[in-house]
Design a protein around this ligand. Structure first.
Ligand code: NDP
Length: 354
C-alpha cells in the first residue's frame, strides 16, 4: 500500500449506522478526513451525532448522499479516497416480507456498485467489506455438522431467499466482492466477518437488528421466555477497531472472523443484564421448551425447519486470525451486553421500573 493512503480521505458507506458510527468516530479521532454516505441528507437526525463527534475531534467529516440500489451513486463520495469501508447493507431479520427486494438486492447490487466505482477511482487502494459470520454458515445445524467450530475457510451452504434471507444476502454479497476483486489489481479486498454485534450505540436512529433484538429482550417482549438460540457476540468497539486494522495494516488480507470464541444464549444475554439491573427490567427468566416453539412457531415467525435446525445448537468461532493478523483482543460478551443495555437506558429507549 502507498503510505500516502494515510493522508487521503476515507469513505465509509452507511456512515450513520450502528457499527459505522464507531468506525467514523475512531477515524475522526485519529485526525482523518472521512467521507460518510447516508441515504438521505435531509434526515439530519440520522447523522447529527457524527457532526457532533467531528466538531470535537481533530479529523473532518463530509456527508454525501448515496443509495445502494443506484448505479454510480457512490462515485462522488469516493473521489480522491484511498480506503473504502463498505458497511452499508440492511440488517433486518424480523418482519421481512420480500427477502429478495428488502435484503438481497441492496446487499448484492450495493456491493457491486461500490466495488465497480472503486475500479474507476484510481486513488482507491483497499476496500474493507463488512461481511458477517453468516456468510460462513446459515442454520446452526450446518455449523454443527461441520465440526461445531467455524473458521474462515467456510461458506454458508444452507441459506436462501426463503430460508434466512439476511444470511443469504451477506453470503451472495461477499462472494460477489471476491469475484470483482479478482478482476482487477488496483485495490485489494479485506473482509471483516463479525458475529452478533452488541455494545454502546452512538445512535438510536438505526434499524439494526442488534438494537431491535436488545430492546425486545429488555422491554418485556420475551418475558415469558426465550428460544434456546445461541450467537457469537462481539463488542461494536472491537468491530470498529478491526475495520481500522484491516484498512491500515499493509499485510492484512482475506477474511477475518471478528467474535468472541464461545457463543452465548439469549438467556445468557438476559442474565448479564439482570446482573446489572436486577428486577428493574422485565427480562426473560427461562428458555421456551422446544415443543412449545414447534406449536407457537408458525404464529411468531419460526418455521418448524428453523426450530429443528437452530434451537439448542451452540457453536464456537475460530478468532485466531483476527488476533494474530489484526492484533485484536476482544471485550467479553458480558461487557458488550451490559454496555449496550446501559446505552439504551441512558438514551431513554428502555425505562427502568420496579
Ligand atoms: P445499521 O442498520 O445500523 O446500518 C446499516 C446501514 O446500511 C445504515 O446506515 C443504512 O442506512 C444503510 N443502508 C441500508 N439500505 C441502504 C440503501 N438502500 N442505500 C444506502 N444505504 C443503505 O446496521 P449495523 O450497523 O448493525 O450493520 C452494518 C453492517 O454490518 C451491515 O453490512 C451488516 O450486515 C453488518 N453486520 C452487522 C452485524 C450486527 O450484529 N449488527 C453482524 C455482522 C455484520 P439508513 O440509515 O439510511 O437506513
Amino acid at each position: 500500500m502507498n503510505p500516502q493512503v494515510n493522508a487521503q480521505p476515507i469513505l465509509v458507506t452507511g456512515g450513520s449506522g450502528f457499527i459505522a458510527s464507531w468506525i467514523v468516530k475512531m477515524l475522526l479521532e485519529k485526525g482523518h478526513t472521512v467521507h460518510a454516505t447516508v441515504r438521505s441528507k435531509a434526515k439530519t437526525q440520522k447523522y447529527q451525532h457524527l457532526e457532533e463527534i467531528a466538531a470535537n475531534s481533530s479529523g473532518s467529516l463530509k456527508i454525501f448522499e448515496a443509495d445502494l440500489l443506484k448505479e454510480g451513486s457512490f462515485a462522488e463520495a469516493m473521489a480522491g479516497c484511498g480506503i473504502v469501508m463498505h458497511t452499508a447493507s440492511p440488517f433486518v431479520v424480523q418482519g421481512v416480507k420480500n427477502g429478495e427486494e428488502e435484503l438481497v438486492k441492496p446487499a448484492l447490487l450495493g456491493t457491486r456498485n461500490v466495488l465497480n466505482s472503486a475500479t474507476t477511482t484510481p486513488t482507491v487502494q483497499r476496500i474493507v467489506l463488512t461481511s458477517s459470520v453468516v456468510a460462513l454458515y446459515g442454520d446452526a445445524s450446518e455449523g454443527r455438522d461441520r465440526g461445531g467450530k467455524l473458521d474462515e475457510s467456510m461458506w454458508n451452504a444452507t441459506s436462501s431467499v426463503k430460508n434466512g434471507p439476511y444470511n443469504y444476502s451477506k453470503t451472495v454479497a461477499e462472494k460477489e466482492a471476491w469475484k470483482i476483486a479478482e478482476t482487477q489489481t488496483q485495490w485489494d479486498l479485506v473482509t471483516i466477518n463479525p458475529s452478533f454485534v452488541l455494545g454502546p450505540s452512538l445512535t438510536q436512529n438505526s434499524n439494526s437488528a442488534s438494537l431491535t433484538l436488545m430492546k425486545q429482550i429488555m422491554d418485556g417482549t420475551f418475558k415469558s421466555g426465550v428460544p434456546e438460540l445461541y450467537f457469537g457476540v462481539v463488542d461494536v468497539r472491537d468491530v470498529a477497531q478491526a475495520h481500522l486494522e484491516a484498512a491500515f495494516r499493509p499485510t492484512a488480507q482475506g477474511r477475518h472472523i471478528v467474535s468472541n470464541e464461545a457463543s452465548v444464549s439469549m438467556l445468557d444475554i438476559a442474565d448479564f443484564i439482570r446482573e446489572k439491573y436486577g428486577t428493574q427490567l422485565k427480562l426473560p427468566k427461562s428458555q421456551l421448551p422446544k415443543f412449545m416453539l414447534y406449536l407457537l412457531g408458525p404464529f411468531i415467525g419460526f418455521t418448524w425447519k428453523y426450530v429443528s435446525n437452530n434451537v439448542g445448537i451452540a457453536l464456537t468461532f475460530e478468532n485466531q486470525k483476527a488476533k494474530s493478523a489484526l492484533g485484536m483482543t476482544f471485550r467479553s460478551p458480558k461487557e458488550a451486553v451490559q454496555a449496550h443495555a446501559e446505552s439504551m437506558i441512558a438514551a431513554g429507549v428502555v425505562a427502568l421500573g420496579k
